[in-house]
Design a protein. Structure first.
Length: 580
Protein backbone atom coordinates (compact mmCIF):
# COMPACT_ATOMS: atom_id res chain seq x y z
CA UNK A 1 0.00 0.00 0.00
CA UNK A 2 1.38 3.40 -0.94
CA UNK A 3 1.02 6.70 0.79
CA UNK A 4 -0.55 9.00 -1.82
CA UNK A 5 0.71 12.42 -2.66
CA UNK A 6 3.97 13.85 -3.90
CA UNK A 7 6.76 14.76 -1.49
CA UNK A 8 6.94 18.52 -1.00
CA UNK A 9 9.96 20.13 0.55
CA UNK A 10 8.32 23.22 1.96
CA UNK A 11 10.66 25.61 3.73
CA UNK A 12 14.14 24.18 4.17
CA UNK A 13 14.39 25.93 7.50
CA UNK A 14 11.37 26.30 9.75
CA UNK A 15 11.77 29.05 12.33
CA UNK A 16 8.74 27.82 14.23
CA UNK A 17 10.63 24.64 15.17
CA UNK A 18 13.32 26.76 16.80
CA UNK A 19 10.48 28.54 18.59
CA UNK A 20 9.26 25.17 19.86
CA UNK A 21 12.79 24.32 20.97
CA UNK A 22 12.89 27.60 22.88
CA UNK A 23 9.67 26.76 24.72
CA UNK A 24 11.02 23.29 25.55
CA UNK A 25 14.41 24.40 26.88
CA UNK A 26 12.94 27.27 28.90
CA UNK A 27 10.50 24.82 30.50
CA UNK A 28 13.26 22.33 31.36
CA UNK A 29 15.54 24.99 32.86
CA UNK A 30 12.69 26.48 34.88
CA UNK A 31 11.83 22.99 36.13
CA UNK A 32 15.39 22.39 37.30
CA UNK A 33 15.31 25.80 38.96
CA UNK A 34 12.30 24.56 40.90
CA UNK A 35 9.67 26.83 39.35
CA UNK A 36 7.72 24.64 36.89
CA UNK A 37 6.44 21.29 38.19
CA UNK A 38 5.57 20.14 34.64
CA UNK A 39 8.60 21.72 32.95
CA UNK A 40 10.34 18.34 32.67
CA UNK A 41 7.98 17.61 29.75
CA UNK A 42 10.13 19.95 27.68
CA UNK A 43 12.43 16.95 27.13
CA UNK A 44 9.52 15.12 25.54
CA UNK A 45 8.93 18.06 23.23
CA UNK A 46 12.58 17.72 22.18
CA UNK A 47 12.05 14.02 21.47
CA UNK A 48 9.11 14.71 19.16
CA UNK A 49 11.05 17.44 17.34
CA UNK A 50 14.03 15.10 16.91
CA UNK A 51 11.81 12.36 15.49
CA UNK A 52 10.22 14.86 13.12
CA UNK A 53 13.48 16.33 11.82
CA UNK A 54 15.48 13.09 11.62
CA UNK A 55 12.71 11.23 9.83
CA UNK A 56 12.30 14.11 7.40
CA UNK A 57 16.01 14.02 6.58
CA UNK A 58 16.13 10.24 6.15
CA UNK A 59 12.83 9.92 4.31
CA UNK A 60 13.65 12.59 1.72
CA UNK A 61 16.90 10.87 0.84
CA UNK A 62 15.25 7.48 1.07
CA UNK A 63 12.51 8.32 -1.45
CA UNK A 64 15.00 9.89 -3.85
CA UNK A 65 17.42 6.98 -3.49
CA UNK A 66 20.11 9.33 -2.16
CA UNK A 67 20.23 8.40 1.52
CA UNK A 68 23.67 7.59 2.92
CA UNK A 69 24.07 6.09 6.38
CA UNK A 70 27.66 7.33 6.43
CA UNK A 71 26.63 10.92 5.71
CA UNK A 72 23.81 10.67 8.24
CA UNK A 73 26.14 9.61 11.04
CA UNK A 74 28.71 12.26 10.13
CA UNK A 75 26.02 14.97 10.36
CA UNK A 76 24.87 13.65 13.73
CA UNK A 77 28.46 13.51 14.98
CA UNK A 78 29.13 17.09 13.92
CA UNK A 79 25.86 18.28 15.43
CA UNK A 80 26.04 16.60 18.84
CA UNK A 81 29.42 15.19 19.82
CA UNK A 82 31.61 18.35 19.89
CA UNK A 83 29.52 20.11 22.53
CA UNK A 84 28.92 16.94 24.54
CA UNK A 85 32.64 16.15 24.72
CA UNK A 86 33.46 19.74 25.62
CA UNK A 87 30.89 19.75 28.44
CA UNK A 88 32.27 16.42 29.69
CA UNK A 89 35.81 17.85 29.64
CA UNK A 90 34.79 20.99 31.55
CA UNK A 91 32.81 18.93 34.10
CA UNK A 92 35.75 16.60 34.61
CA UNK A 93 38.16 19.47 35.22
CA UNK A 94 35.82 21.13 37.70
CA UNK A 95 35.14 17.81 39.39
CA UNK A 96 38.85 17.15 39.95
CA UNK A 97 39.15 20.55 41.63
CA UNK A 98 36.04 20.60 43.79
CA UNK A 99 34.59 17.13 44.29
CA UNK A 100 34.94 14.60 47.06
CA UNK A 101 36.14 11.14 45.94
CA UNK A 102 32.79 9.35 45.68
CA UNK A 103 31.20 12.21 43.78
CA UNK A 104 34.22 12.45 41.47
CA UNK A 105 34.09 8.70 40.85
CA UNK A 106 30.38 8.99 40.00
CA UNK A 107 31.14 11.86 37.64
CA UNK A 108 33.85 9.80 35.94
CA UNK A 109 31.33 7.01 35.41
CA UNK A 110 28.89 9.52 33.94
CA UNK A 111 31.53 10.88 31.54
CA UNK A 112 32.32 7.38 30.25
CA UNK A 113 28.62 6.52 29.98
CA UNK A 114 27.87 9.80 28.19
CA UNK A 115 30.78 9.28 25.79
CA UNK A 116 29.35 5.87 24.91
CA UNK A 117 25.73 7.13 24.59
CA UNK A 118 24.59 5.28 27.70
CA UNK A 119 24.09 7.60 30.65
CA UNK A 120 20.43 6.57 30.70
CA UNK A 121 21.54 2.97 31.33
CA UNK A 122 23.95 4.13 34.05
CA UNK A 123 21.08 5.91 35.81
CA UNK A 124 19.11 2.65 35.85
CA UNK A 125 22.04 0.83 37.42
CA UNK A 126 22.66 3.52 40.06
CA UNK A 127 20.04 5.93 41.42
CA UNK A 128 17.11 4.67 39.27
CA UNK A 129 14.95 7.55 40.52
CA UNK A 130 15.36 10.68 38.35
CA UNK A 131 13.57 12.74 40.99
CA UNK A 132 15.99 11.86 43.81
CA UNK A 133 17.44 15.04 45.30
CA UNK A 134 20.98 13.63 44.99
CA UNK A 135 20.69 14.05 41.21
CA UNK A 136 20.74 17.81 41.70
CA UNK A 137 24.46 17.49 42.43
CA UNK A 138 25.27 15.46 39.29
CA UNK A 139 26.64 17.71 36.52
CA UNK A 140 25.84 15.20 33.75
CA UNK A 141 22.57 13.89 35.12
CA UNK A 142 20.69 15.40 32.17
CA UNK A 143 22.61 13.50 29.48
CA UNK A 144 20.26 10.56 30.02
CA UNK A 145 18.06 12.10 27.33
CA UNK A 146 21.02 12.29 24.94
CA UNK A 147 21.57 8.59 25.56
CA UNK A 148 18.04 7.85 24.36
CA UNK A 149 18.38 10.10 21.30
CA UNK A 150 21.79 8.75 20.33
CA UNK A 151 20.61 5.15 20.68
CA UNK A 152 17.70 6.12 18.44
CA UNK A 153 20.09 7.61 15.87
CA UNK A 154 22.18 4.42 15.88
CA UNK A 155 19.33 2.06 15.00
CA UNK A 156 16.79 4.23 13.19
CA UNK A 157 18.43 4.51 9.73
CA UNK A 158 18.69 0.73 9.47
CA UNK A 159 14.91 0.50 9.80
CA UNK A 160 14.62 2.42 6.51
CA UNK A 161 17.31 0.32 4.87
CA UNK A 162 15.60 -2.93 5.85
CA UNK A 163 12.16 -1.75 4.75
CA UNK A 164 13.65 -0.38 1.53
CA UNK A 165 14.68 -3.87 0.50
CA UNK A 166 10.97 -4.74 0.35
CA UNK A 167 8.83 -1.66 -0.35
CA UNK A 168 9.75 1.90 0.48
CA UNK A 169 6.21 3.07 1.14
CA UNK A 170 5.72 0.52 3.90
CA UNK A 171 7.83 2.62 6.24
CA UNK A 172 4.94 4.69 7.59
CA UNK A 173 2.99 1.54 8.45
CA UNK A 174 6.04 -0.02 10.09
CA UNK A 175 6.49 3.17 12.13
CA UNK A 176 2.83 3.10 13.11
CA UNK A 177 3.15 -0.52 14.29
CA UNK A 178 6.30 0.24 16.30
CA UNK A 179 4.60 3.29 17.78
CA UNK A 180 1.68 1.15 18.98
CA UNK A 181 4.06 -1.43 20.46
CA UNK A 182 6.01 1.28 22.28
CA UNK A 183 2.79 2.80 23.62
CA UNK A 184 1.71 -0.61 24.90
CA UNK A 185 5.04 -0.89 26.73
CA UNK A 186 4.67 2.64 28.08
CA UNK A 187 1.23 2.02 29.56
CA UNK A 188 2.07 -1.51 30.74
CA UNK A 189 2.90 -2.08 34.44
CA UNK A 190 6.69 -1.95 34.14
CA UNK A 191 8.82 -0.19 36.79
CA UNK A 192 8.63 3.57 36.30
CA UNK A 193 12.41 4.00 36.07
CA UNK A 194 12.55 1.61 33.08
CA UNK A 195 9.82 3.60 31.34
CA UNK A 196 11.71 6.80 32.04
CA UNK A 197 15.19 5.77 30.89
CA UNK A 198 14.87 3.13 28.15
CA UNK A 199 14.35 3.75 24.43
CA UNK A 200 11.68 1.08 23.80
CA UNK A 201 9.36 2.87 26.25
CA UNK A 202 10.20 6.27 24.71
CA UNK A 203 10.28 5.26 21.05
CA UNK A 204 6.69 6.33 20.42
CA UNK A 205 7.62 9.95 21.20
CA UNK A 206 10.22 9.95 18.43
CA UNK A 207 8.22 7.83 16.00
CA UNK A 208 5.07 9.96 16.31
CA UNK A 209 7.21 12.92 15.28
CA UNK A 210 8.56 10.79 12.43
CA UNK A 211 5.09 9.87 11.16
CA UNK A 212 4.18 13.57 11.29
CA UNK A 213 7.22 14.37 9.12
CA UNK A 214 6.12 11.88 6.47
CA UNK A 215 2.55 13.16 6.51
CA UNK A 216 3.74 16.76 6.19
CA UNK A 217 6.12 15.80 3.41
CA UNK A 218 3.27 14.17 1.53
CA UNK A 219 1.09 17.20 2.19
CA UNK A 220 -1.60 14.97 3.68
CA UNK A 221 -2.43 16.98 6.79
CA UNK A 222 -2.49 20.74 7.20
CA UNK A 223 -4.26 23.06 9.60
CA UNK A 224 -3.99 26.61 10.84
CA UNK A 225 -4.28 26.04 14.58
CA UNK A 226 -0.59 26.42 15.43
CA UNK A 227 -1.13 29.48 17.61
CA UNK A 228 -3.91 27.88 19.67
CA UNK A 229 -1.93 24.67 20.03
CA UNK A 230 1.20 26.58 21.07
CA UNK A 231 -0.82 28.35 23.76
CA UNK A 232 -2.14 24.98 24.92
CA UNK A 233 1.41 23.63 25.06
CA UNK A 234 2.46 26.61 27.15
CA UNK A 235 -0.41 25.93 29.54
CA UNK A 236 0.64 22.28 29.87
CA UNK A 237 4.34 23.04 30.44
CA UNK A 238 3.98 26.13 32.58
CA UNK A 239 0.81 25.39 34.51
CA UNK A 240 0.31 21.65 34.22
CA UNK A 241 -3.00 19.81 34.04
CA UNK A 242 -3.55 18.35 37.48
CA UNK A 243 -6.58 16.32 36.43
CA UNK A 244 -4.36 14.16 34.19
CA UNK A 245 -1.99 11.45 35.42
CA UNK A 246 1.68 11.88 34.61
CA UNK A 247 1.46 9.26 31.86
CA UNK A 248 -1.46 10.91 30.11
CA UNK A 249 0.02 14.37 30.59
CA UNK A 250 3.15 13.23 28.75
CA UNK A 251 1.10 11.66 25.97
CA UNK A 252 -1.02 14.81 25.68
CA UNK A 253 2.15 16.92 25.41
CA UNK A 254 3.44 14.74 22.58
CA UNK A 255 0.18 14.95 20.65
CA UNK A 256 0.10 18.76 20.95
CA UNK A 257 3.73 19.08 19.85
CA UNK A 258 3.12 16.80 16.89
CA UNK A 259 0.04 18.80 15.90
CA UNK A 260 2.06 22.03 15.96
CA UNK A 261 4.73 20.49 13.73
CA UNK A 262 2.22 19.49 11.05
CA UNK A 263 0.51 22.88 11.01
CA UNK A 264 0.72 25.37 8.16
CA UNK A 265 2.23 27.77 10.65
CA UNK A 266 3.60 30.23 8.12
CA UNK A 267 0.06 31.15 7.15
CA UNK A 268 -0.85 32.25 10.68
CA UNK A 269 0.56 35.60 11.74
CA UNK A 270 -0.24 35.03 15.40
CA UNK A 271 1.71 31.78 15.57
CA UNK A 272 4.55 33.47 13.71
CA UNK A 273 4.66 36.22 16.32
CA UNK A 274 4.77 33.65 19.10
CA UNK A 275 7.15 31.07 17.64
CA UNK A 276 9.13 32.95 15.00
CA UNK A 277 10.08 36.19 16.68
CA UNK A 278 13.81 36.92 16.91
CA UNK A 279 14.10 36.10 20.59
CA UNK A 280 12.41 32.68 20.37
CA UNK A 281 14.31 31.71 17.24
CA UNK A 282 17.65 32.65 18.79
CA UNK A 283 16.88 30.79 22.02
CA UNK A 284 15.89 27.81 19.90
CA UNK A 285 19.17 27.94 17.99
CA UNK A 286 21.25 27.89 21.17
CA UNK A 287 18.87 25.49 22.96
CA UNK A 288 21.31 22.57 22.82
CA UNK A 289 23.99 24.64 24.55
CA UNK A 290 21.46 25.98 27.04
CA UNK A 291 20.36 22.45 27.86
CA UNK A 292 23.90 21.15 28.25
CA UNK A 293 25.23 24.05 30.36
CA UNK A 294 22.40 24.71 32.80
CA UNK A 295 22.67 21.45 34.76
CA UNK A 296 26.48 21.65 34.93
CA UNK A 297 26.31 25.14 36.41
CA UNK A 298 23.45 24.24 38.75
CA UNK A 299 25.21 21.13 40.05
CA UNK A 300 28.57 22.78 40.67
CA UNK A 301 26.87 25.90 42.02
CA UNK A 302 25.08 23.80 44.62
CA UNK A 303 28.20 21.76 45.27
CA UNK A 304 30.53 24.70 45.85
CA UNK A 305 28.62 27.90 46.63
CA UNK A 306 24.86 27.66 47.22
CA UNK A 307 23.74 25.58 50.19
CA UNK A 308 20.17 26.80 49.73
CA UNK A 309 19.69 28.57 46.40
CA UNK A 310 17.75 31.82 46.38
CA UNK A 311 16.09 33.60 43.46
CA UNK A 312 19.16 35.80 42.90
CA UNK A 313 21.35 32.69 42.81
CA UNK A 314 19.20 31.23 40.06
CA UNK A 315 19.46 34.50 38.16
CA UNK A 316 23.25 34.29 38.34
CA UNK A 317 23.23 30.69 37.10
CA UNK A 318 20.84 31.68 34.30
CA UNK A 319 23.08 34.58 33.27
CA UNK A 320 26.15 32.34 33.16
CA UNK A 321 24.19 29.69 31.27
CA UNK A 322 23.20 32.18 28.58
CA UNK A 323 26.71 33.66 28.24
CA UNK A 324 28.41 30.27 28.02
CA UNK A 325 25.73 28.94 25.66
CA UNK A 326 26.23 31.82 23.24
CA UNK A 327 29.99 31.24 23.31
CA UNK A 328 29.77 27.49 22.73
CA UNK A 329 27.16 27.97 20.00
CA UNK A 330 29.38 30.29 17.99
CA UNK A 331 32.77 28.76 18.83
CA UNK A 332 31.97 25.04 19.09
CA UNK A 333 28.59 24.10 17.64
CA UNK A 334 28.68 26.18 14.46
CA UNK A 335 32.37 25.72 13.53
CA UNK A 336 32.22 21.94 13.92
CA UNK A 337 28.99 21.74 11.92
CA UNK A 338 29.80 24.10 9.08
CA UNK A 339 33.40 25.28 8.91
CA UNK A 340 35.79 22.51 9.91
CA UNK A 341 36.53 19.70 7.49
CA UNK A 342 35.34 16.20 8.33
CA UNK A 343 38.95 15.09 8.83
CA UNK A 344 39.66 17.86 11.35
CA UNK A 345 36.39 17.18 13.18
CA UNK A 346 37.09 13.47 13.53
CA UNK A 347 40.69 13.98 14.66
CA UNK A 348 39.74 16.54 17.32
CA UNK A 349 36.76 14.58 18.57
CA UNK A 350 38.73 11.35 18.74
CA UNK A 351 41.46 13.07 20.76
CA UNK A 352 38.99 14.61 23.24
CA UNK A 353 37.03 11.36 23.45
CA UNK A 354 40.18 9.40 24.33
CA UNK A 355 41.30 12.08 26.78
CA UNK A 356 38.03 12.31 28.72
CA UNK A 357 37.43 8.55 28.65
CA UNK A 358 41.02 7.77 29.69
CA UNK A 359 41.10 10.29 32.53
CA UNK A 360 37.68 9.13 33.71
CA UNK A 361 38.79 5.51 33.71
CA UNK A 362 41.85 6.43 35.77
CA UNK A 363 39.66 8.29 38.26
CA UNK A 364 37.35 5.28 38.47
CA UNK A 365 40.21 2.84 39.10
CA UNK A 366 41.47 5.17 41.85
CA UNK A 367 38.00 5.30 43.41
CA UNK A 368 38.04 9.07 42.86
CA UNK A 369 40.86 9.50 45.39
CA UNK A 370 43.32 11.82 43.64
CA UNK A 371 44.49 13.46 46.88
CA UNK A 372 44.37 12.93 50.62
CA UNK A 373 40.99 13.67 52.22
CA UNK A 374 41.58 13.62 56.00
CA UNK A 375 37.92 14.46 56.66
CA UNK A 376 37.08 10.99 55.31
CA UNK A 377 40.25 9.30 56.58
CA UNK A 378 41.31 8.73 52.96
CA UNK A 379 44.92 8.64 51.84
CA UNK A 380 45.69 8.78 48.13
CA UNK A 381 48.08 5.82 48.19
CA UNK A 382 45.68 3.67 50.24
CA UNK A 383 42.38 4.45 48.59
CA UNK A 384 39.75 1.72 48.28
CA UNK A 385 36.52 1.74 46.30
CA UNK A 386 33.33 1.82 48.36
CA UNK A 387 35.24 1.89 51.64
CA UNK A 388 32.40 3.56 53.53
CA UNK A 389 29.69 1.44 51.92
CA UNK A 390 31.62 -1.69 52.87
CA UNK A 391 31.79 -0.46 56.45
CA UNK A 392 27.99 -0.32 56.49
CA UNK A 393 27.60 -3.61 54.61
CA UNK A 394 29.94 -5.60 56.87
CA UNK A 395 26.98 -6.08 59.19
CA UNK A 396 25.47 -8.42 56.58
CA UNK A 397 28.04 -10.98 57.71
CA UNK A 398 26.30 -11.16 61.09
CA UNK A 399 23.29 -13.03 59.68
CA UNK A 400 23.73 -16.16 61.76
CA UNK A 401 22.20 -18.09 64.61
CA UNK A 402 23.09 -17.14 68.14
CA UNK A 403 25.90 -19.10 69.80
CA UNK A 404 26.10 -20.46 73.33
CA UNK A 405 28.02 -17.70 75.07
CA UNK A 406 27.36 -15.25 77.84
CA UNK A 407 26.93 -12.21 75.61
CA UNK A 408 23.63 -10.36 75.41
CA UNK A 409 21.73 -11.68 72.39
CA UNK A 410 20.71 -8.81 70.08
CA UNK A 411 18.52 -9.37 67.02
CA UNK A 412 18.68 -6.50 64.51
CA UNK A 413 16.14 -6.37 61.65
CA UNK A 414 15.91 -3.59 59.10
CA UNK A 415 17.52 -1.68 56.26
CA UNK A 416 20.89 0.05 55.88
CA UNK A 417 20.01 2.38 58.77
CA UNK A 418 19.83 -0.70 61.01
CA UNK A 419 23.29 -1.73 59.82
CA UNK A 420 24.41 1.77 60.86
CA UNK A 421 22.97 1.18 64.33
CA UNK A 422 24.79 -2.13 64.59
CA UNK A 423 28.01 -0.30 63.80
CA UNK A 424 27.23 2.18 66.57
CA UNK A 425 26.84 -0.75 68.99
CA UNK A 426 30.14 -2.25 67.80
CA UNK A 427 31.96 1.07 68.15
CA UNK A 428 30.65 1.54 71.69
CA UNK A 429 32.31 0.33 74.88
CA UNK A 430 29.70 -2.45 75.00
CA UNK A 431 30.82 -4.15 71.78
CA UNK A 432 32.25 -7.14 73.64
CA UNK A 433 29.08 -7.51 75.69
CA UNK A 434 26.70 -8.17 72.81
CA UNK A 435 26.25 -10.79 70.11
CA UNK A 436 24.41 -9.33 67.11
CA UNK A 437 22.42 -11.31 64.58
CA UNK A 438 21.31 -9.11 61.66
CA UNK A 439 18.61 -9.72 59.04
CA UNK A 440 17.29 -7.29 56.45
CA UNK A 441 13.69 -6.12 56.52
CA UNK A 442 12.62 -8.42 53.65
CA UNK A 443 13.52 -11.60 55.56
CA UNK A 444 10.45 -13.88 55.90
CA UNK A 445 8.98 -13.89 59.40
CA UNK A 446 9.31 -17.67 59.50
CA UNK A 447 13.12 -17.33 59.40
CA UNK A 448 13.08 -14.81 62.23
CA UNK A 449 10.98 -16.68 64.78
CA UNK A 450 13.81 -18.77 66.24
CA UNK A 451 16.35 -15.93 66.60
CA UNK A 452 13.55 -13.70 67.94
CA UNK A 453 12.77 -16.26 70.68
CA UNK A 454 16.46 -16.50 71.62
CA UNK A 455 17.08 -12.74 71.50
CA UNK A 456 17.02 -10.73 74.69
CA UNK A 457 16.75 -7.45 72.77
CA UNK A 458 15.32 -6.77 69.30
CA UNK A 459 16.13 -3.61 67.34
CA UNK A 460 14.09 -2.79 64.21
CA UNK A 461 13.85 -0.11 61.54
CA UNK A 462 11.55 0.33 58.55
CA UNK A 463 8.97 -2.03 60.09
CA UNK A 464 5.67 -1.42 61.84
CA UNK A 465 4.13 -2.78 65.03
CA UNK A 466 2.50 -5.66 63.19
CA UNK A 467 5.99 -7.14 62.99
CA UNK A 468 5.92 -7.77 66.74
CA UNK A 469 2.52 -9.44 66.44
CA UNK A 470 3.70 -11.70 63.62
CA UNK A 471 6.73 -12.77 65.66
CA UNK A 472 4.66 -12.98 68.82
CA UNK A 473 7.31 -11.17 70.87
CA UNK A 474 6.90 -8.99 73.93
CA UNK A 475 6.87 -5.21 73.48
CA UNK A 476 9.55 -4.99 76.20
CA UNK A 477 11.99 -6.73 73.89
CA UNK A 478 11.59 -4.39 70.92
CA UNK A 479 13.21 -1.03 70.26
CA UNK A 480 12.73 1.07 67.15
CA UNK A 481 15.92 2.79 65.92
CA UNK A 482 15.15 6.22 64.51
CA UNK A 483 15.99 7.84 61.21
CA UNK A 484 18.79 10.35 60.60
CA UNK A 485 20.10 12.75 57.98
CA UNK A 486 23.00 15.17 57.57
CA UNK A 487 21.95 17.35 54.64
CA UNK A 488 21.98 16.49 50.97
CA UNK A 489 25.61 16.67 49.87
CA UNK A 490 28.93 17.25 51.66
CA UNK A 491 30.48 19.16 48.77
CA UNK A 492 29.29 22.56 49.96
CA UNK A 493 31.00 22.01 53.34
CA UNK A 494 34.16 20.50 51.88
CA UNK A 495 34.65 23.59 49.70
CA UNK A 496 34.42 26.06 52.59
CA UNK A 497 37.36 27.36 54.59
CA UNK A 498 38.12 29.38 57.70
CA UNK A 499 38.34 28.84 61.46
CA UNK A 500 34.74 27.55 61.66
CA UNK A 501 35.28 24.87 59.01
CA UNK A 502 34.99 21.91 61.41
CA UNK A 503 31.97 23.31 63.24
CA UNK A 504 29.73 23.65 60.16
CA UNK A 505 26.12 22.57 60.56
CA UNK A 506 23.34 21.81 58.11
CA UNK A 507 19.59 21.57 57.86
CA UNK A 508 18.38 18.05 57.19
CA UNK A 509 16.88 16.99 53.89
CA UNK A 510 13.20 17.90 53.69
CA UNK A 511 10.89 15.46 55.44
CA UNK A 512 13.30 13.88 57.91
CA UNK A 513 12.30 15.99 60.91
CA UNK A 514 8.63 15.29 60.26
CA UNK A 515 9.33 11.56 59.85
CA UNK A 516 11.30 11.52 63.10
CA UNK A 517 8.43 13.20 64.92
CA UNK A 518 5.86 10.73 63.56
CA UNK A 519 7.98 7.73 64.50
CA UNK A 520 8.57 9.12 67.99
CA UNK A 521 4.82 9.55 68.50
CA UNK A 522 4.17 6.01 67.26
CA UNK A 523 6.78 4.19 69.34
CA UNK A 524 6.94 6.39 72.43
CA UNK A 525 9.48 5.25 75.00
CA UNK A 526 10.58 2.39 72.72
CA UNK A 527 11.97 4.87 70.20
CA UNK A 528 15.72 5.58 69.94
CA UNK A 529 15.94 9.18 68.73
CA UNK A 530 19.26 9.71 66.95
CA UNK A 531 18.40 13.12 65.54
CA UNK A 532 17.74 14.68 68.95
CA UNK A 533 21.28 13.84 70.05
CA UNK A 534 22.76 16.63 67.91
CA UNK A 535 19.82 18.84 66.88
CA UNK A 536 20.08 22.49 67.96
CA UNK A 537 17.46 25.23 68.33
CA UNK A 538 17.88 26.24 64.66
CA UNK A 539 16.99 22.66 63.67
CA UNK A 540 20.46 21.96 62.29
CA UNK A 541 22.80 19.03 62.84
CA UNK A 542 26.61 18.87 62.71
CA UNK A 543 28.49 17.84 59.57
CA UNK A 544 31.74 16.88 61.30
CA UNK A 545 32.71 14.97 64.43
CA UNK A 546 34.66 16.91 67.10
CA UNK A 547 37.91 15.73 65.48
CA UNK A 548 36.80 17.11 62.07
CA UNK A 549 35.76 13.89 60.33
CA UNK A 550 32.62 13.69 58.22
CA UNK A 551 29.85 12.06 60.23
CA UNK A 552 28.36 10.71 57.04
CA UNK A 553 29.94 10.18 53.66
CA UNK A 554 26.62 10.30 51.77
CA UNK A 555 24.65 12.39 54.31
CA UNK A 556 22.55 9.35 55.22
CA UNK A 557 24.86 6.63 56.55
CA UNK A 558 27.61 6.75 59.14
CA UNK A 559 31.29 6.72 58.42
CA UNK A 560 33.37 4.80 60.97
CA UNK A 561 34.15 8.15 62.61
CA UNK A 562 30.44 9.02 62.60
CA UNK A 563 29.45 5.71 64.18
CA UNK A 564 32.10 6.16 66.88
CA UNK A 565 30.92 9.71 67.55
CA UNK A 566 27.28 8.69 67.92
CA UNK A 567 28.31 5.74 70.07
CA UNK A 568 29.93 8.16 72.48
CA UNK A 569 26.78 10.30 72.53
CA UNK A 570 24.32 7.47 73.12
CA UNK A 571 26.30 5.08 75.32
CA UNK A 572 24.20 5.91 78.44
CA UNK A 573 21.05 4.94 76.52
CA UNK A 574 22.72 1.77 75.24
CA UNK A 575 23.62 0.80 78.80
CA UNK A 576 20.04 1.45 79.91
CA UNK A 577 18.67 -0.79 77.13
CA UNK A 578 21.19 -3.60 77.60
CA UNK A 579 21.05 -3.76 81.38
CA UNK A 580 17.53 -2.62 82.19
Amino acid sequence: MKIPGKWVSGKKYREDIDGLRAIAVIAVIAFHFGYLPAGYLGVDVFFVISGFLITGIIYRGFIKGQFSIRDFYLRRIKRIIPLVLFICLVSLCLGMIFMLPDDLENLAQSVIATNFFNNNTLQILTTKNYWDVVNEYKPLMHTWSLGIEEQYYLIYPFLFVLVGTVRKHWIVWILALLTILSLVLYFAPFPSYLKFYLLPFRFFELSIGGIAAILVGRNLIRHRLAFHLALLLLIVLFAGLNFLSDQWLLFFTIVITCAILISANHENSWSSRLLENRFMVFVGKISFSLYMWHQVLLAFGRYVYFQEMQFTDYLLVLFLTIVLSVLTYYFIEEPFRRRFSTKVVLIVLTAVFLLTTGVSWHIYTQAGILKDVPELSLVKEQGERNMHARYNDRINQLSHSFSNNNRIKVLAVGNSFMRDWCNVLLESQYADSVEISYFNETTPVSELRTPAEMAEIIFITDLDKSFMEQLNVSREKVWYVGTKNFGVNNGIFYNQSGPDYCSQRTHMEEGYLELNSRLKNTWGDRYIDLIDLTLDQEKTVPVFTPDCKFISQDCRHFTKAGASYFASLIEPRIAEILYH
